[in-house]
Unconditional design. Structure first.
Length: 527
């Protein structure tokens, strides 16, 4: 009866009816090494690896050396499958001492890799590079080790070896994909494109397709032309209509348009994405890019609506969202709403840069609204802050100085303008103009002219302030009743300046002088 049950178990094993086989083995009154070996295999084939271990352990004691050796290999495999890598390594090493099996060497390399013993792993793989059965696997694993260590030169060489080997079909697609990624990291964008395109044109149904499309999208962001990218995406969508990956592809495609400055098209793509995937985890990011696409395309009303949708959700984009809301409302003339956005941004205290943007936006708004005391308050906050961009100090001091000037606190403004005028930049040029204006308004015409001449001599690259200074020079001459000099200066401005505002005022002033001249002559004659 025991022998009959044993043979029934063996027949069931050959028929791959593993549960039935295990049942027949267990009907025996006692289990010898061969039956333990059989039960171990039955459980192994059912992927019940932990349960297989005691049966294979027993079978390693068989007097049949072939059975004992194979049982030890499978015991090692079970330890590997249950991630008991150190036990697996011990068993593979025992087998390796008795046989030069390329499978055992390969598995030993895999286990060493999982244990983090990379150099030992590479040494094992190298032993079987020329193995007809496991050589390709060994080359691929070596390539992956080099790839994951960012040694892309060596990685692409190993993947190229697999691609050129006609027997490496099992690894062909992955080899092309990883070689393409390696090429991209090496800056060989055209070579990377060729590998990704090969996958899309020859292996559209594989799992690598998504990564190939994403790879092409990244290459396009890097500046490589991919004229057929939309066709590849469409082909993938047609071949995989129910793929969850479509969401990611369409999201990245919309981002690609955004980063390529195609803002109208990117706004259309993000709008479609949000309609198609309203529950996506990328909704917030997509809404931000939709809003910013509208903003950059000049569609400010649409941008404001989209930005407002994510205004109250604190996230990675909150600082940029509130800054944009402040900017748009300012452009549209709604200073109160603009201020409200900047106040909210300042209160959140997200980062030094965001806080600066909030303070700067508020300062400019208060200044333009004529609320000079608050403009000065914000300027002081910026000056005292831990972080500000290059020239952030100077810009704030200039606004502060102009606020004092317009508040008739002339001494305070003059002190700040003097400090700024010591430089050679645009802030110094503007400050010198205001210093000349202050002297002119206090009837110190010669001092004003001296300052303005210095501005013209040292700040020729700041044409706007040079043009304005010439107009103020003409006014100084007029105040000093030096009409010939005043008219000559005004005519020069009208002839050479490109500043229409300055030219218009110069024409008006020149006409006024010329209209007054007959009256002056009459008075002189009467005297």
């Amino acid at each position: 009866t025991d022998r009959a049950n044993y043979h029934l178990a063996e027949i069931a094993m050959r028929e791959e009816q593993f549960e039935l086989a295990i049942g027949f083995y267990n009907r025996q009154t006692s289990l010898d090494h061969l039956s333990n070996y059989g039960i171990g295999y039955g459980l192994y084939n059912l992927e019940r690896y932990a349960e297989s271990i005691p049966f294979f352990t027993n079978a390693t004691r068989s007097s049949n050396q072939e059975v004992a050796l194979d049982a030890r290999v499978r015991l090692a495999d079970c330890f590997y499958a249950t991630k008991e890598y150190q036990e697996a390594l011990s068993q593979y090493e025992l087998v390796a001492s008795e046989t030069s099996s390329s499978y055992v060497i390969y598995q030993k390399g895999i286990v060493l890799r999982n244990l983090g013993r990379t150099e030992e792993s590479l040494a094992e793989f190298l032993k079987i590079f020329d193995s007809p059965r496991f050589g390709d696997q060994a080359v691929f694993q070596t390539g992956m080790i080099r790839f994951e260590a960012a040694n892309f030169d060596m990685a692409q060489e190993l993947f190229t070896r697999l691609i050129e080997d006609q027997n490496s079909n099992d690894f062909l697609v992955e080899a092309y994909l990883n070689r393409g990624i390696s090429f991209r990291n090496l800056g060989a964008l055209s070579d990377a494109k060729n590998d990704f395109v090969f996958i899309l044109e020859n292996h559209l149904a594989t799992e690598a397709t998504l990564n190939a499309i994403l790879g092409l999208q990244e290459l396009e962001q890097d500046g490589e032309e991919i004229p057929q990218l939309e066709q590849y995406i469409s082909a993938y969508k047609e071949a995989n209509p129910n793929s969850e990956s479509l969401e990611l592809i369409e999201f990245e495609a919309a981002k690609r348009l955004y980063f390529n400055f195609s803002y109208v098209r990117s706004s259309e793509s993000f709008d479609e994405f949000l309609s198609t995937y309203p529950e996506s985890t990328n909704v917030l990011e997509a809404t931000y890019y939709l809003a910013d696409s509208y903003y950059r395309a000049g569609l400010l009303d649409d941008a404001l609506i989209a930005f407002d949708k994510i205004r109250e959700v604190k996230n990675l984009f909150t600082g940029r969202v509130l800054t944009r809301i402040g900017e748009i409302n300012k452009v549209q003339g709604d200073s109160l709403k603009s201020l409200d956005a900047y106040k909210q941004l300042e209160a959140l205290d997200l980062s030094h840069k965001d806080t600066y943007n909030a303070l700067w936006g508020s300062m400019i708004l208060y200044f333009e609204m004529g609320d000079y005391s608050k403009a000065i308050e914000k300027a002081n906050q910026i000056i005292a802050s831990e972080w500000k961009p290059l020239n952030g100090d100077k810009e704030s001091i200039l606004i502060k100085a102009k606020s004092y000037f317009l508040s008739d606190e002339i001494e305070l403004s003059e002190e700040l303008f003097n400090a700024l005028s010591a430089g050679t930049d645009a802030f110094a040029a503007e400050s010198k103009y205001y210093l000349g204006l202050i002297k002119y308004q206090s009837a110190q015409y010669n001092d004003s002219l001296e300052i303005l001449f210095a501005l013209n001599a040292g700040f020729g690259s700041y044409q706007n302030w040079v043009d304005k200074s010439y107009l103020l020079i003409a006014k100084n001459y007029l105040a000093k009743e030096e009409l010939f000099q005043a008219k000559a200066t005004l005519r020069s401005i009208i002839q050479h300046s490109e500043n229409e505002g300055v030219k218009t005022e110069s024409r008006f002033l020149l006409n006024s002088i010329e209209n007054q001249e007959p009256k002056i002559d009459t008075l002189e004659n009467e005297r």
